[in-house]
Design a protein around this ligand. Structure first.
Ligand code: ADP
Ligand code: MN
Length: 384
């Protein structure tokens, strides 16, 4: 798909840079959100389950600062200083109760999101939880980034930001990226200057939104190369190809699903998580191969959810298997002290503050163009 438009400039802007990506330690994330985002999660789970499989699992909502009763059950989320009352969607009550009693609740103080004037928060599966050193890229989708209810000033501002970036030309822009690189500290602090695109935090290179704004049509695919990191001798042959193919397959499935539905998602993101620790990647692949060889067809490596592919090549199978969403296995075999299952890849859609199901309006071409160009960017990456 050619998205090129004559009105798309490729100038750079100066802007202050708040890191988009967050550091999570728990199984859940709690994100301040709008009622509209909650409504979209609710509607997707009840009426669009084929789409909901691409979203983080929705656990419920929090009304911060309201309940005294639930404060006894839940450790307060703390970041806002208020007590935490969990408002459960009925269907998920069981899961959510278990989550709030057994699971750590992630500190969301690192989420540098938009400040909201409500006390509402959404409780979601932490997509990075089953990784040792999650490399994360957040790709903001769409050329148009505002919803119909946006005031004129906001439209102008977002349109300008789009024009100056790959949002306009490709319908995608890197919003943030975080890459495990424990050896990188000195290099980065050496080029410490004004308007940095990148900083260093606890072993991770953290790329801010300025980095994303400065990418061009010609070089934005390099961000995906950075996400996958340098190949390691520990990686089984074919791993990179397998991972690239899995990302493309999942994004392809998203395109197929969204093409058949009537929705509008403005300023939503594609979140790709890749294991940044080579040893952990190797272990995940070996575990997946081991499980596959035990031949427990029913309870093997799950391919629900993200539809990991099974190829002809053994190593690629393992990559696909390790990339698979195997949440169900966790619940099935909890007889022993259970190691958290390991993943090397996860690909989701997130950030639905400006998303809606819109019957009668046809498919969301604005979002679809961005997703299709993600696939095009991935095709530019050489795996040699
Ligand atoms: P905002 O409206 O602040 O942009 P997002 O939903 O985009 O909110 O979340 C901000 C960041 O938090 C994302 O870029 C991502 O890194 C992280 N994040 C959001 N949801 C999840 C999740 N379910 N699991 C893991 N990380 C998440
Ligand atoms: Mn976002």
């Amino acid at each position: 798909t050619s998205m090129h438009s004559a009105s798309c400039a490729q100038n750079n802007t100066n802007s202050s840079s708040a890191g988009m990506l967050s550091d999570f330690s728990g199984d859940l994330v709690i994100k301040p959100c709008t009622a509209a985002e909650i409504a979209f999660y609710e509607a997707s789970n009840s009426s669009h389950s084929d789409f909901a499989r691409f979203m983080p699992t929705y656990m419920g909502t929090l009304q911060l600062g309201k309940s005294e009763q639930l404060q006894k059950i839940v450790e307060p989320a703390n970041t806002n200083g208020g007590a935490a009352a969990i408002v459960l969607p009925e269907a998920d009550a069981d899961t959510a109760v278990r989550a709030k009693t057994d699971d750590k609740i992630a500190d969301t103080s690192h989420i540098k999101g938009n400040r909201l004037d409500t006390d509402l928060a959404i409780v979601l599966e932490n997509v990075t939880a089953e990784f040792k050193r999650p490399n994360i890229i957040d790709i903001k989708l769409g050329k148009r980034l505002w919803a119909d209810d946006a005031p004129p000033a906001k439209r102008t501002k977002l349109d300008r930001a789009a024009e100056e970036t790959t949002s306009c030309s490709l319908g995608l822009r890197v919003a943030g990226m975080r890459i495990w690189a424990p050896e990188a500290e000195r290099k980065i602090s050496a080029k410490n200057g004004q308007q940095q695109e990148e900083s260093y935090e606890n072993g991770y290179r953290v790329f801010n939104k300025l980095y994303g704004r400065r990418r061009t049509v010609e070089n934005v695919h390099e961000a995906f190369e950075t996400l996958l990191g340098p190949p390691s001798d520990l990686d089984p042959e074919g791993l990179r190809e397998g991972v690239l193919r899995d990302i493309k397959d999942t994004v392809g499935n998203m395109v197929e699903t969204i093409s058949g539905q009537e929705s509008r998602m403005y300023s939503s993101s594609l979140l790709i998580v890749y294991e940044g620790d080579a040893q952990a990647r190797r272990e995940a692949v070996e575990d997946a191969l081991g499980q596959a060889q035990q031949g427990d067809g029913s309870n093997g490596v799950g391919t629900d959810g993200l539809e990991a592919r099974v190829g002809e090549d053994g190593e690629e199978d393992a990559a696909a298997a390790a990339a698979a969403d195997d949440d169900e296995d966790d619940e099935d075999d909890d007889d022993e002290e259970e190691e958290p299952s390991k993943k090397i890849l996860d690909v989701r859609l997130i950030d639905f503050a400006h998303a809606q199901w819109t019957p009668g309006e046809g498919p969301d071409e604005n979002l679809l163009a961005g997703l299709q160009n993600v696939v095009m960017m991935l095709d530019k990456i050489t795996t040699a």
